[in-house]
Design a protein. Structure first.
Length: 263
């Protein structure tokens, strides 16, 4: 028996899904007024729409981090434009995914993500994709998110959550490629030296001087890209030359793990 499609019924379906009034009314009409069938129809429609948009490039989005006790999760959600990345529905889905990841784990969240994302694709008309999600465990955790586009989690051995957050903020701005000098391979040092050698060869200087200039260039290059050797950015206004390594040493702390994600 077909149920009358009332305004209240349409509103109930719209409140449950966030889909437009017209789409909700069509789904209810197709389902003969049955709410469960109408929901199933909307989910299938959302999935079909998402499939058509899957190859469109997702160049924008937002990243969110949540720390629960000794666990941190980083969840990025990609879309096509900055406009959609600031959309309330988009942000709500990202929040729900992040909270679910923190509470139930990454795998369970990923299993439920598609259905949630497909609904937003139907509403916004853009391709939306879940990015690489990440989980970190540790006794001392800190994070920093810049403009919803760059997220960093830091795990420390010793120190404090405030220190971990400060270092996460530093990593967000300075983008180190290495944590410590030991991570720089001999092969990379060799290729970098060869690159700078071309600059030094043309100098009208004695060979011994050119050798020292070359060593200085290579040392500076890697120092600027190694976290522990970088000058701590929060102290830059005080003209302090304190490095992140010295800051950690002063606080009896060590870096255990770092994750940086940029949209």
């Amino acid at each position: 028996m077909t149920k009358e499609i009332t305004v209240e019924l349409v509103r109930e379906l719209r409140d449950a899904t966030g889909i437009s009034v017209m789409q909700c009314r069509r789904a209810l009409e197709e389902a003969g007024g049955n709410m469960e069938k109408a929901l199933a129809i909307l989910k299938k429609t959302s999935s079909d729409i998402a499939l058509k948009k899957v190859n469109r490039e997702v160049k924008d989005g937002a990243v969110m981090i949540k720390i629960e006790g000794k666990k941190a999760v980083l969840v990025p959600l990609h879309c096509e434009t900055d406009f959609v990345s600031r959309n309330e529905d988009f942000r709500n889905v990202l929040t729900k995914l992040t909270e679910k990841a923190a509470k139930d784990g990454l795998e369970k969240m990923k299993k439920e993500a598609k259905e949630m994302i497909d609904m937003i694709i139907q509403k916004t008309g853009e391709n939306i994709q879940l990015g690489e999600v990440f989980e970190m465990k540790g006794d001392v955790l800190g994070n920093y998110v810049h403009n919803n586009k760059i997220g960093v989690i830091v795990s420390l051995e010793g120190g404090s959550a405030e220190l971990a957050k400060d270092i996460a903020m530093h990593i967000t701005a300075m983008k180190p490629e290495f944590i410590k000098p030991e991570e720089i391979t001999a092969e990379l040092r060799k290729s970098t030296t060869e690159l700078f050698q071309k600059d030094v060869e043309g100098l009208n200087k004695p060979e011994e001087i050119k050798k020292k200039i070359l060593e200085g260039k290579v040392q500076t290059y890697f120092k600027e890209r190694t976290l522990l050797d970088q000058a701590f950015i929060k102290n830059a206004s005080e003209n302090s030359s304190e490095t992140v390594g010295k800051l950690l040493e002063k606080n009896k702390a060590k870096i255990k793990e770092v994750k940086r994600y940029s949209i």
